[in-house]
Design a protein around this ligand. Structure first.
Ligand SMILES: Nc1nc2c(ncn2[C@@H]2O[C@H](COP(=O)(O)OP(=O)(O)OP(=O)(O)O)[C@@H](O)[C@H]2O)c(=O)[nH]1
Ligand SMILES: [Mg+2]
Ligand SMILES: [Zn+2]
Length: 356
């Protein structure tokens, strides 16, 4: 398998030339499990570890490699093992606020061309959640495509209605409808995928992400799990991994996400809600909250029924959340830097009993 088929483009190849030099080789991270990595090059997959220097120089967890990253490595033990020396810059990325109360950025995956945002037509469908995923993709410079799965469980009319609701929100991304049960729409997904491009599947547990990958692979290579009577998944997929499809294209399977906190996502929010940002430029006051200020162009659009109150509220909510987290994040980074706290926490996580 050639590097270009693994997703290496000119931009990355240039960076690799600079960073890896004559002594190191380039490889792509295909899986991460706590401190252990799997990397892939033209020859195949090999386990790898970070060098001590790499860990020491990293200032935050987002500077550690994640699935999809390109790295400079040194092979040992007759190329049966590798150590990771450098991380190449990311062309695109997926990140979120780490789950729970911690205000920390979590890098989920990198160098992705298209994010399939997967929602099931049955139970899981939720416009507010869809907006969060759209922001995440836009923020990381990734093209979003909406995938509605389990179409076999709803009527054609109900499906049309769901698509209508998405369009009403002003979402311009492609929408593809799929049934993994009947196979309807799977060819459409396949047609969207090109050799050397990287795709990921984002969505709640149980929506059929892994089942779709198995469909695309043409075999039940990966484990899937039944959902409860309320349609909830049981978090069957537990690690992120990059899968190479025979017909070309690379797919990252992910565990279902429970929390999608906004951190450093300002740009993605403005892009996702571009129509609101555009309207806001017409408000009389530059810091207008679009509440009851005079001369508010956003309110005026709501009066004209060109924008829904729901959408405005969600936009403001996401923006407030992102700004709030950004502030405490910057505050914490300053303190951590002063105490060199990061290396310590990372080592503890890697050596200790740890968590997934
Ligand atoms: N009826 C129907 N069932 C589906 C479809 N796609 C997936 N399923 C079923 O939904 C359940 C969950 O599928 P998974 O592929 O494991 O879901 P997942 O999104 O990978 O979930 P996590 O790995 O937990 O994040 C399985 O029992 C699948 O057989 C579909 O299009 N129609
Ligand atoms: Mg899965
Ligand atoms: Zn306003």
């Amino acid at each position: 398998m050639k590097f270009s088929e693994l997703g290496l483009d000119r931009w990355l190849a240039d960076k690799a030339g600079e960073l890896c030099g004559p002594d190191l080789s380039i490889a792509r991270i295909t899986a991460v499990d706590r401190g252990r990595y799997l990397i892939r090059d033209e020859g195949g997959e090999v386990p790898a570890e970070l060098t001590g220097k790499f860990i020491h120089l990293a200032e935050s967890s987002s500077e550690l490699p994640c699935v999809g990253d390109w790295v400079c490595v040194h092979y040992r033990d007759a190329a049966a093992q590798a150590s990771i020396h450098h991380l190449l810059p990311r062309r695109s990325f997926l990140r979120r606020k780490a789950a729970g109360r911690d205000v920390e950025l979590q890098m989920i995956a990198a160098n992705i061309d298209v994010a399939f945002i997967v929602q099931s037509c049955h139970f899981d469908f939720n416009l507010r959640r869809l907006e969060r995923y759209l922001v995440m993709a836009r923020d990381g410079h990734i093209e979003p495509v909406v995938l509605l799965t389990k179409t076999d469980l709803v009527s054609p009319e109900a499906l049309e209605q769901l698509i209508g609701q998405i369009r009403l929100m002003g979402v311009e991304a492609k929408i593809v409808c799929v049934s993994n049960a009947t196979g309807a729409g799977v060819d459409q997904v396949r047609a969207l995928m090109a050799s050397g491009k990287t795709y990921c599947l984002l969505g709640s547990s149980g929506v059929g992400k892994t089942t779709l990958i198995n469909r695309l692979l043409g075999e039940d290579a990966l484990e899937t799990g039944a959902v409860s009577h309320t349609g909830e998944g049981r978090h069957t997929t537990t690690r992120r991994q990059l899968i190479v499809l025979e017909q070309g294209g690379l797919l990252i399977d992910m565990p279902g996400m429970r929390e999608l906190g906004m951190l450093g996502a300002g740009e993605g929010i403005e892009e996702t809600f571009a129509h609101i940002s555009a309207l806001a430029r017409g408000c009389r006051y530059p810091d207008c909250r679009h509440d009851s200020e005079p001369g508010c162009a956003v309110r005026a659009a709501i009066e004209r029924h060109e924008l829904s109150e729901d959408q405005l509220q969600n936009y403001l909510k996401l923006r407030d959340e992102s700004e709030f987290h950004d502030l405490s994040y910057m505050d914490r980074r300053k303190k951590d830097k002063a105490f060199g706290r990061f290396v310590h926490t990372y080592k503890k996580q890697k050596d200790g009993p740890g968590r997934k």
